[in-house]
Design a binder for this molecule. Structure first.
Ligand code: ADP
Ligand code: MG
Length: 234
């Protein structure tokens, strides 16, 4: 479904990604693991069109997308749920959600998609008139995810959804992500919460200093010495 091939991405003269390659299949949960500053967000932004690679390619459903705009890429079915949630704090829950359905492809089905998001997150329906800034961290993450789903994506890229949330809330977020997979949506999940992430992911990549240093099935990686030492503290 998605193929990133030999991608180099720069900030000005500073290279942040080095020959990164990866694949995501339909309805797969693929994790991207790595320390702060490893280049995880840079890779996501390179896929979603916020950044463009200096070399290499990104292909989605057979089409080159690495020179397309963010908007064109959302239209094709990739939704990026950003690090830090990026809500509009002084807009209501409902208005924030509707911002995710501005594209031509889904604008007409806005109400239907909103109903589906409310089914997935009943708490957001109850809070639909409330300003986003008055929500708890977990609820804000749900709004960010709901907004991403308003565009009916085939692939959801989710950047550190568990960041700053209490353990019980994290569990709920991870359950919801598994539910998305059950609906046939592929997930590219970026996390520092390695144990829980590998428990729900099918496969994972480990990024270090802008390079993929390890990849494999999640079960296999949970047994891997490097993962156990560097990321699980075992
Ligand atoms: N806007 C930017 N300008 C310059 N350098 C950046 C910018 N954003 C990130 N970087 C650098 O790129 C590297 C990777 O950052 P990032 O992708 O945010 O890592 P991660 O998401 O894994 O924490 C870091 O060294 C970071 O300092
Ligand atoms: Mg990041």
């Amino acid at each position: 479904m998605l193929e990133v091939s030999n991608v180099d991405t720069f900030y000005g003269k500073i290279q942040a990604l080095w020959a990164v390659s990866l694949k995501i299949d339909e309805a797969e949960i693929v994790a991207l693991i790595g320390a702060n500053g490893a280049g995880k967000t840079t890779l996501l932004n390179t896929i979603s069109g916020l950044l463009h690679p200096a070399s290499g390619s990104v292909t989605f459903l057979g089409k080159r997308i690495d020179a397309l705009t963010l908007h064109a890429i959302v239209e094709l079915g990739i939704s990026h749920i950003p690090e830090g949630r990026r809500l509009f704090p002084d807009m209501s829950v409902r208005e924030n959600l509707e911002m995710g359905a501005y594209m031509r492809r889904v604008w007409k089905q806005k109400q239907k998609n909103l109903d589906e998001v409310y089914q997935l997150f009943p708490i957001l329906k109850a809070r639909q008139g409330q300003l986003a800034r008055t929500l708890s961290g977990g609820e804000q993450q749900m709004v960010a995810m709901g907004r991403g789903l308003m565009s009916k994506p085939r692939l959801c890229i989710i950047d550190e959804p568990s960041s700053g949330l209490a353990p019980l809330v994290v569990e709920e977020i991870f359950r919801i992500i598994q539910g998305l997979q059950d609906q046939g949506i592929a997930i590219f999940l970026i996390e520092q919460n390695v144990q829980q992430t590998l428990e729900i992911a099918d496969r994972a990549y480990v990024l270090e200093n802008g390079r993929v240093i390890l990849e494999g099935g999640s079960k296999q990686l949970l047994e891997e010495e490097l993962i156990r030492k560097a990321y699980l503290g075992l």
